[in-house]
Design a protein around this ligand. Structure first.
Ligand SMILES: Cc1cc2nc3c(=O)[nH]c(=O)nc-3n(C[C@H](O)[C@H](O)[C@H](O)COP(=O)(O)OP(=O)(O)OC[C@H]3O[C@@H](n4cnc5c(N)ncnc54)[C@H](O)[C@@H]3O)c2cc1C
Ligand SMILES: NC(=O)c1ccc[n+]([C@@H]2O[C@H](COP(=O)([O-])OP(=O)(O)OC[C@H]3O[C@@H](n4cnc5c(N)ncnc54)[C@H](OP(=O)(O)O)[C@@H]3O)[C@@H](O)[C@H]2O)c1
Length: 444
C-alpha cells in the first residue's frame, strides 16, 4: 500500500506536521474537530477544545515562538514581544494559507477511533455532521494537543458554591463582586487570579508548594532571551545563575507572603507572570496555603484558616489524553511517556506524536523540527536508530530536568537542548519557506 498519512489535529503542531509531510511529496490529510486552523488558540466563550481566555498572551517571547519556515517577520513584523491569542490564531492561519494547507484539512471532523489492523495499518474512524466513516492509513501522526482535558483536584467534604476548571474560565466579568479562590501555582492559576482580582470582591490563590514567579522581562529583554543567551552554559550552572538573578531582581517569596520555594530551578514547570506579585502587594490577591477540606461555602486551609468563597477556580492542569486509542494500546495519562525524541513509539513504527512535550519555552518550534524528521523518515530520507526501545526508555530515565513527581511533569524538555537533539537528525538546509503547489504533490 502506498504511504497514506493521517494527521490528527490542525493546531500549531498539526499544521506543521501536514506542511512538512506535503513538502516531502507525501499523501497526507489532517482531521480537526474545529472549523478552522489554530487549536488551543481559537478563543471562544463557549465550551470548546481551547483553554485560552479573553486576555491570554503567550509566556514565551515571539522570536523564540515562531516556525523557522514562517517567522513572525514573514507574517507581521509589528507583532509585540508576547503576542495575544488572537494574533497567534491569525499567525497559524496565515501559515496554513501560505503553505496551501487548507485543501488537505477535513474540518468539523472528529477522530473517534484508531485501531491497528492485521497488516499493522491504522483503521481510522471519523465523524462529521453525525456521519461516521472509516479509512485505512499506513501512518498516523497524533497532534491532538495536551491542554484540553481538565484534571480536577479532590478534597474531603463538599463545596456548595460554584466550582469550575481553568479550561472553562473565559473572562473575569462573571466574577464581579464575588469571593474567588484560585487553586494552583502554574501559569493558568496566576493569570486567572490576576484577571479575577480586577473585578472580584476578593481573590485568593492557594498553593500546595512554593513557586518562582518569573517576570516577563529582565533588563528590558524578554526573560527567555536571557535564557537563550546563556544556552551554551551547562544546565545546572545556567539554572543556578537564573535563580540568583531572580533573587536579586524579585526577592524571596516570603516578601510577598507566598510559600517558600523548596525545589531547584526547573524542578517545576516555570510560572511566568508580571502582575501577580504586584497584585499581591496591592492587596488584590491574597496568598493562601493548600486546602484541607470543604464545608458548604467554607474552605479550611492547611494552617487552620477558614474562609467563605462564592467560586473556586481549579487551575490544576490537564490530562495527556488520546480518547481515540484503546487504553490498552496507548495510555500516557499518568505517565511515564517512553517515546524517543518525544515522538517515536518503541513498537509501532507507523505511529508518531508531535508537540506532545512540555518545554521550558514554546512548543511549536520543536514541533516543527519533529515534523521534519518524521516526514523525512516516511519519505525514506532518514532512518531511525536501531536501538529505538532502549532510546525510548532512556527518555524516561534521563530527563533534562529531574522534576517533582506530580502528574504535569511527565513530558518536560529543555527548549534549547531538545531543539539541539532534534537538529542532529536534520540536514543543515532544513528550512523550506516555499508554498507547496498541488502540481508538486501530484508529480511526487
Ligand atoms: C492558556 C494557555 C496558554 C498557553 N501558552 C503557551 C505559550 O505561551 N507557549 C507555548 O508554547 N504553549 C502554550 N500553551 C500550550 C499549548 O498547548 C500550545 O501552545 C499549543 O496550542 C500546542 O499545539 P498543538 O497543536 O499541539 O495542540 P492544540 O493547540 O491543542 O491543537 C490540537 C488540535 O487537535 C484537534 N483535535 C483534538 N482531538 C481531536 C480529535 N479527536 N479529532 C479531531 N481533532 C482533534 C483540536 O481541535 C485542535 O485543533 C498554552 C496553553 C494554554 C491552555
Ligand atoms: N499565558 C500563558 O501563556 C499561559 C497561561 C496558562 C497556561 N499556560 C500553559 O498551559 C499549560 C498548562 O498550564 P496550567 O497552569 O493550566 O497547568 P499546570 O502547569 O499543570 O499547573 C497546574 C498547577 O496546579 C497544581 N495542582 C495540580 N493538582 C493539584 C491539586 N490536587 N491540589 C493543589 N494543586 C494542584 C500544580 O501543582 P504541582 O506543582 O504540585 O504540580 C500546579 O501548580 C502550561 O504549559 C502553561 O505554561 C500558559
Amino acid at each position: 500500500m502506498r504511504r497514506k498519512i493521517a494527521v490528527i489535529g490542525a493546531g500549531p503542531s498539526g499544521i506543521t506536521a501536514l506542511k512538512n509531510l506535503l513538502d516531502q511529496g507525501l499523501d497526507a490529510v489532517a482531521f480537526d474537530r474545529n472549523q478552522e486552523v489554530g487549536g488551543n488558540w481559537i478563543y471562544t466563550e463557549n465550551e470548546s477544545h481551547s483553554s485560552v481566555f479573553e486576555t491570554t498572551h503567550i509566556i514565551s517571547s515571539k522570536t523564540l515562538s515562531q516556525y523557522e519556515d514562517f517567522t513572525f517577520d514573514d507574517f507581521d513584523p509589528s507583532i509585540s514581544d508576547y503576542p495575544s491569542h488572537n494574533e497567534l490564531r491569525r499567525y497559524f492561519q496565515a501559515y496554513a494559507r501560505h503553505f496551501n494547507l487548507y485543501p488537505y484539512i477535513h474540518f468539523g471532523t472528529m477522530v473517534l477511533d484508531c485501531q491497528r489492523n492485521s497488516e499493522g495499518n491504522w483503521v481510522v474512524t471519523t465523524e462529521r455532521e453525525g456521519i461516521q466513516s472509516t479509512t485505512i492509513f499506513t501512518d498516523l501522526v497524533v497532534c491532538n494537543g495536551h491542554h484540553w482535558n481538565p484534571r480536577w483536584p479532590s478534597y474531603p467534604g463538599t463545596f456548595s458554591g460554584e466550582m469550575l476548571h481553568s479550561h472553562n474560565f473565559k473572562k473575569a466579568e462573571p466574577f464581579r463582586g464575588k469571593k474567588v479562590l484560585v487553586i494552583g501555582g502554574g501559569n493558568s492559576a496566576c493569570d486567572v487570579a490576576v484577571e479575577t482580582s480586577r473585578v472580584s470582591e476578593m481573590t485568593a490563590i492557594s498553593w500546595r508548594r512554593g513557586y518562582r514567579i518569573i517576570p516577563k522581562f529582565f533588563f528590558g529583554l524578554p526573560s527567555d532571551k536571557i535564557g537563550e543567551r546563556s544556552k551554551w552554559v551547562p544546565l545546572p550552572i545556567r539554572n543556578f545563575l537564573f535563580d540568583l538573578l531572580l533573587k536579586i531582581m524579585v526577592g524571596d517569596n516570603n516578601l510577598y507572603g507566598l510559600r517558600k520555594v523548596t525545589n531547584k530551578f526547573g524542578e517545576t514547570h516555570p510560572t511566568i507572570n508580571d502582575e501577580l506579585l504586584y497584585k499581591i502587594r496591592h492587596g488584590k490577591v491574597k496568598p493562601r496555603l493548600d486546602i484541607k477540606s470543604f464545608d458548604g461555602k467554607k474552605v479550611v486551609f492547611e494552617d487552620g484558616l477558614e474562609e467563605e468563597y462564592d467560586t473556586i477556580i481549579a487551575c490544576t492542569g490537564y490530562f495527556l489524553s488520546h480518547p481515540f486509542f484503546d487504553k490498552k494500546l496507548i495510555d500516557y495519562s499518568s505517565g511515564p511517556v517512553p517515546l524517543y525524541l518525544k515522538m517515536f513509539h518503541p513498537e509501532f513504527v507507523n505511529l508518531y506524536f508531535i508537540g506532545m512535550f512540555q518545554p521550558l519555552g514554546c512548543i511549536w518550534p520543536g514541533a516543527e523540527l519533529q515534523a521534519k524528521i518524521i516526514a523525512r523518515e516516511i519519505a525514506g530520507k532518514w532512518t531511525r536508530p536501531k536501538n529505538i526501545r532502549e532510546l525510548c526508555e532512556r527518555e524516561v530515565t534521563h530527563p533534562h530536568y529531574r522534576q517533582v513527581d506530580t502528574p504535569r511533569h511527565t513530558i518536560t524538555v529543555d527548549f534549547h537542548l531538545f531543539k539541539k537533539a532534534l537538529k542532529k537528525h536534520l540536514p543543515k538546509n532544513y528550512t523550506s519557506k516555499q508554498p507547496i503547489t498541488k502540481k508538486e504533490l501530484e508529480t511526487a
